[in-house]
Design a protein around this ligand. Sequence first.
Ligand SMILES: O=c1ccn([C@@H]2O[C@H](COP(=O)(O)O)[C@@H](O)[C@H]2O)c(=O)[nH]1
Length: 235
Amino acid sequence: MNTKPIIALDFPSEKDVMGFLAQFEEKLFVKIGMELYMQEGPRIVHQVKSDGHDIFLDLKLHDIPNTVKSAMKGLARLGVDLVNVHAAGGCAMMEGALEGLEAGTVAGGKRAALIAVTQLTSTTELQMQNEQKIGLSLQESVLHYAQLSKQAGLNGVVCSVHEAHAIREACGEDFLRVTPGIRMLGGEAHDQKRIATPDGAKKDGSSLIVVGRAITGADNPVIAYKKVCELWEEK
Ligand SMILES: O=c1ccn([C@@H]2O[C@H](COP(=O)(O)O)[C@@H](O)[C@H]2O)c(=O)[nH]1
């Protein structure tokens, strides 16, 4: 899989996305999330894909197994590279997602990698314990969800950089650790709680990093992206 930093295209419209992408000369790995997909639908996926970019479709499906299976079958036809569900939906739901994805992938086409969100990077341990009533440490909860996702046959998880090393130890190098919550040193955290720098992510065992506002909100997004790439490439 492409290991370039994934740029989160958290924009409200196709016009904004196209204006942003036009600044770049190279093909990128981008993330289309709920904000954009809810406004523009599958059309934006086709558009970005036809421009040659790799796509992580970040819709975080979470419903009963049959519904997720059917939805994933439809999403598979979009031909993206990476898709996801919430691990909290459980093993049967994740297995359903995988079945749907396999059933919907066009014959001879490459199936998207399927990953599961463990604990959102905007969640602290205290919030998790108080609001989700999970009586584990955050690290234990994330590791549990990673192992459950592996058991269901998924290709990896979304986690923070802080749990990436433990997941690699428990689930193996090939099991993806996709880490949002990436900030430049001293950068504004916004709503993120478990953050790290691109070079910290590389050092601590992330397979892929997701970067949104540190690039999209920069005065010069191309320069910001290049800086992230430099730090991510450093071992
Ligand atoms: O646990 C998660 C899962 C997904 N995200 C998504 O990643 C980006 C991060 O954007 P920033 O601007 O770099 O904070 C965003 O699209 C989230 O929906 C996440 O942050 N944490």
